[in-house]
Ligand binder design. Sequence first.
Ligand code: ZN
Length: 96
Amino acid sequence: MGTRQATRSVARPARNVTTGIIRHLDELGRIVIPIEIRKRFGLGEKDPLEISVEDETILLSKPQTACVFCGRTARLEEHRGRPVCRSCIAELATQE
Ligand SMILES: [Zn+2]
């Protein structure tokens, strides 16, 4: 354990990596996410998960559905790939 992090790129910030859980895909390509992980991330039945690929790693994450600045979930627009609400966009625009 721990050797995997040591081989990662130096430029990458330190991450808390959990490894050692092996799950097998079923005939439809599905996997079961262990209950401990679902609990930790507050994932429930039918919740959406975003699948991304970073080099040779497949990443699963909760899609961001709240403004990165204030946490509002209404009137979101995307700015540089992140959700920002219109109030914060207006606020940022007046600060310049
Ligand atoms: Zn906002």
